[in-house]
Ligand binder design. Structure first.
Ligand code: SF4
Length: 200
């Protein structure tokens, strides 16, 4: 066994980038157990899945000593998935974690087996960059899939009648179930949390 998955920071999704990256079919989605899994008999330890994971949740060990070292690192990791959500306030840059191109919206959001939340934003908008929704704490403990999409051509905003960016869109079984449009300041957090609670 050479591949280790840090489920503390992995959102364990059927469209995990490790599945697409794996050239031998060793990395797969176990539909029965609803989890990503590795077939050790097919794994060649090539490392492609490790490179494909945007949050560093997949690790490939080259030998037993490395395996033990990584296992300890994972056991001692105190982060959670929500710790990777980046609030885009002030000078903090936009994290690539959870960001997907608009073309992946269908497969990653509409076909998601979990309820999904998408943050649509516009990288060219100063309001989006400095005053984005503080997402990190909004979904604590919720079993959702979170993704961010820069809606450059505005097609998704048009499709879901979004008037202002950044906005959060909530989906279940491929259907839009709710929207929170516009940015919120830290002072509005209580109100925002109450709205999120109703939508997930
Ligand atoms: S190390 Fe290579 S072969 Fe093994 S699961 Fe990852 S991508 Fe597939």
């Amino acid at each position: 066994m050479s591949v280790l998955i840090n489920f503390k920071i992995c959102d364990n999704s059927s469209d995990c980038s490790g599945i697409t990256a794996c050239p031998s079919g060793a990395f797969f989605w176990d539909e029965k157990k609803k989890t990503i899994a590795i077939d050790d008999s097919k794994c060649t330890s090539c490392g492609a899945c490790e490179k494909a994971c945007p949050v560093g949740a997949i690790r490939v060990a080259k030998n037993d000593a490395e395996y033990k070292k990584i296992r300890i690192e994972i056991d001692n990791d105190s982060r959670k998935v929500s710790d990777l959500f980046v609030d885009r306030y002030g000078e903090q840059s936009i994290s690539p974690a959870f960001q997907i191109p608009a073309e992946k919206f269908g497969v990653q959001v509409l076909e998601s087996t979990k309820p999904a939340v998408v943050e649509l934003f516009n990288n060219g908008s100063i309001m989006c960059l400095l005053n984005s929704i503080p997402v990190k704490d909004l979904f604590k403990g919720a079993d959702i899939k979170y993704r961010k999409i820069e809606d450059e051509d505005g097609l998704l905003a048009k499709r879901y009648k979004v008037k202002v960016l950044p906005s959060l869109l909530f989906f279940r079984d491929g259907k839009l179930t709710g929207k929170i449009e516009g940015y919120y300041s830290i002072g509005d957090k209580k109100e925002l949390l109450a709205r999120v609670k109703k939508l997930i």
